[in-house]
Ligand binder design. Structure first.
Ligand code: NAD
Ligand code: TYD
Length: 351
């Protein structure tokens, strides 16, 4: 691993990954390509922007010309694709942008990787690649659909996505699989459960509820709040991705999760308790259409085959995360004063 192209590195998980890689080292240059959509925020990277190993490029993963020029200019040998439209609720109102970024964007990156890394790109029967190259697709457990009360997602669980978001991520995964099977592209897919931690955009459950609780505003819980997610600290997710880059077997999928199944209503209660606020702030609103009831990850493959394990317990991770949001008021204020306010009004006005 010499020169890494990280896409979507100004978002929640991507910015945590950039921080982690700069701490770990072991490469020459890290190029962060991000379109800076509403979810991209360079404030997340303010402390490392002058690191000589770090380069930021504002651009779109669907821009084949730009991607090709980055591969040439920086001699990219590793791609980690975080860039995506990532919010289920937004995918319900605007599915097309999810197909465009998540599917077409992924295919554009795969094509660039194939064309730059194949020893003879013109020979369609050759699967010979430059040594040490790797494409890693950051995916989600949501591609597997929803679980009932029992069971867990394994890498062999059939894909059965339910939202336009998860359908677009599943489509992207299948494109990665096709580039591996048809063209021999060295690649991995990681499928992680719900992340929490610093720098998460406040449209997602945990930062949204912290914000509202702080301001004594209603906490909008969808339906009965008994939907279950398998929460993992973002730093554990990023460490797992770094492990897959180092040790992942080409063509393999790795599930990433921390065995932390929690109902939404439990998390909301915990936030209220930590902030010393009353449960009267909880407001049950109309459920999300097609809302997946339960996710749970079986992480046996990555723990036994690659030796990764989560470092955080949920209790210490969530306490640290709540404190982080309390300590980063200015970071949050900048987001809340922008277009996010309009989204919030539209999203919750009829719920
Ligand atoms: P995010 O929305 O916080 O960040 C996405 C980033 O991608 C933003 O910086 C945005 O500007 C950038 N981006 C969007 N469209 C782009 C484009 N066309 N070209 C270049 N950049 C673009 O998302 P996140 O929560 O950090 O998720 C990152 C990845 O991890 C996504 O692929 C998501 O599907 C996956 N994932 C997320 C979770 C989670 O709990 N958040 C869990 C599992 C997997
Ligand atoms: P979210 O953070 O949007 O992640 P995902 O939908 O990808 O799992 O939501 C996590 C859970 O919280 C999900 O079950 C939906 C629920 N939720 C609410 O109950 N209220 C809210 O305002 C939000 C944003 C989410």
């Amino acid at each position: 691993m010499k020169n890494i192209l990280v896409t979507g590195g100004a978002g929640f998980i991507g910015s945590n990954f950039v921080h982690l890689m700069l701490e770990r080292g072991g490469f020459e240059t890290l190029i962060n390509l991000d379109a800076l959509t509403y979810a991209g925020n360079l404030d997340n990277l303010a402390d490392i922007e002058n690191d000589p190993r770090y380069i930021f490029v504002k651009g779109d993963i669907r821009d084949a010309g730009l991607i090709g020029s980055l591969f040439d200019k920086y001699d990219i040998d590793t791609v980690v694709n975080f860039a995506a439209e990532s919010h289920v609720d937004r995918s319900i109102t605007d599915p097309l942008s999810f197909v465009s970024t998540n599917v077409v964007g992924t295919q554009t990156l795969l094509d660039a990787a194939k064309n730059h890394w194949k020893v003879d790109p013109k020979d369609k029967y050759s699967n010979e690649y430059k040594p040490g190259v790797k494409y890693l697709q950051v995916s989600t457990d949501e591609v597997y659909g929803a679980l009932g009360k029992e069971g867990m997602f394994r890498e062999t669980t059939p894909l059965s996505p339910n939202s336009p978001y998860s359908a677009s991520k599943a489509s992207a995964d299948l494109m990665v699989r096709a580039y591996h099977n048809t063209f021999g592209l060295p690649c991995n897919i990681t499928r992680c459960s719900n992340n929490y931690g610093p720098y998460q955009f406040p449209e997602k459950l945990i930062p949204l509820m912290i914000n509202n609780a702080k301001a004594d505003k209603p906490l909008p819980v969808y339906g009965d709040g008994m939907q279950i997610r398998d929460w993992l600290h973002v730093k554990d997710h990023c460490a797992a991705i770094a492990t897959v880059l180092e040790k992942g077997v080409d063509g393999e999928v790795y599930n990433i999760g921390g065995n932390n199944e929690k109902a939404n209503i439990y998390i909301v209660g915990l936030i209220l308790q930590t902030l010393g606020k009353g449960e009267d702030l909880i407001t049950h609103v109309k459920d999300r259409p097609g809302h997946d009831r339960r996710y749970a990850i079986d992480n046996t493959k990555i723990t036994t085959q690659l030796g990764w394990a989560p470092a955080y317990t949920f209790e210490e991770g969530i306490a640290e995360t709540i404190q982080w949001y309390l300590d980063h008021q200015t970071w949050m204020e900048k987001i809340l004063s922008g277009d996010y306010q309009n989204y919030y009004e539209r999203m919750y006005q009829n719920a």
